[in-house]
Structures are given as structure tokens and as C-alpha cells.
Design a protein around this ligand. Structure first.
Ligand code: 5GP
Ligand code: ZN
Length: 144
């Protein structure tokens, strides 16, 4: 199993630094975010070190995703939040600070003031079709 001695989440997996763990199995660990955006904000990580989601073996990504519904349900029940955001950042440009794959489960309440810019745009004529074709071609040459 690959680990990175300089990675804070690998150090949590190893027990070298403490974390408020709420769930673990042989491949996945979930714990409270130390800087919560809301009470109950969880991080869900693979035990093995991968910096980014697209680098993970699909079966491990599946193991990670499989844990999310139960964890989300538990957080909703405990916090009383009616909703949550699932957030998974890849790369500094996307807001990733810790280079070990993680899903955030962030409880949401009416008027909580959390949010992000969603500056929707639109495609000029032909551009969506071009992207559709190119992404389909990319999947065909590098299948999931
Ligand atoms: P990112 O911006 O990479 O998606 O989010 C990284 C998250 O990891 C942040 O929300 C931050 O609060 C959390 N975090 C960073 N270091 C630690 C730590 O040592 N322990 C815990 N529990 N969370 C951490
Ligand atoms: Zn790591």
C-alpha cells in the first residue's frame, strides 16, 4: 500500500497524529475535519495515498463511494441538517490543499451563509457537440 510520509492524511491513517475518527474499514477512513465549515463536517479518505481521484484504481474509488450514503445519513441525523454538500477537490486550482484524495461531507442549513460562485455560461454553436465527441473519443482510448 502506497503512503507518503509527508502527507498529513497518511499520518492520520498511521495513527501518527490524532483525528476524531467516526468510521473505518480496511480501505476507508472517515473523521471530523479539523476546520469545519459546519458542525459534523466529515472527511472520507482511502487509507492508501493517492493525490487525486483520477489516479485511483476504480475499485478503490468504488469502496470510497460506497461508504458515503451511510456517513451522510449519520451526519444528517446527528446534526439535524436538512442537506449537505459532497465536495471533492482535485488540484490547487480546484481548492485542493491536502494532496490525498478526500470527500468532504458538509452539512447545510437554511441561511448558513456557505456558498460558492456558480458562474454558469453557455456554449457557442457547435462547441458542445465538439466537446461531446472529444470526450467520448478520450473515453474510448482510455476507458474507465
Ligand atoms: P481540501 O481543501 O484539500 O479539499 O481540504 C482539506 C481539508 O483538510 C480542510 O478542510 C482542512 O480543514 C482539513 N485538514 C487539514 N489538516 C487536517 C488535520 O490534521 N486533521 C483534520 N482532521 N483535518 C485536516
Ligand atoms: Zn496521503
Amino acid at each position: 500500500m502506497q503512503t507518503d510520509p509527508d502527507c498529513v492524511f497518511c499520518r492520520i491513517v498511521a495513527g501518527a497524529i490524532p483525528a476524531a475518527r467516526v468510521f473505518e474499514n480496511d480501505r476507508v477512513l472517515a473523521f471530523l475535519d479539523i476546520g469545519p465549515l459546519a458542525e459534523g463536517h466529515l472527511l472520507v479518505i482511502p487509507r492508501e495515498h493517492y493525490a487525486r481521484l483520477e489516479q485511483m484504481p476504480p475499485d478503490l474509488a468504488g469502496d470510497l463511494a460506497r461508504c458515503l450514503p451511510d456517513l451522510a445519513r449519520a451526519v444528517l441525523r446527528v446534526t439535524g441538517a436538512p442537506g449537505y454538500n459532497l465536495l471533492q477537490n482535485n488540484d490547487r486550482t480546484a481548492g485542493q490543499v491536502v494532496g490525498h484524495v478526500h470527500f468532504h461531507i458538509i452539512p447545510r442549513h437554511d441561511g448558513d451563509g456557505l456558498g460558492y460562485r456558480w458562474n454558469a455560461s453557455s456554449y457557442p454553436p457547435g462547441r458542445a457537440e465538439e466537446l461531446q465527441r472529444r470526450i467520448r473519443d478520450a473515453l474510448a482510448t482510455s476507458p474507465a
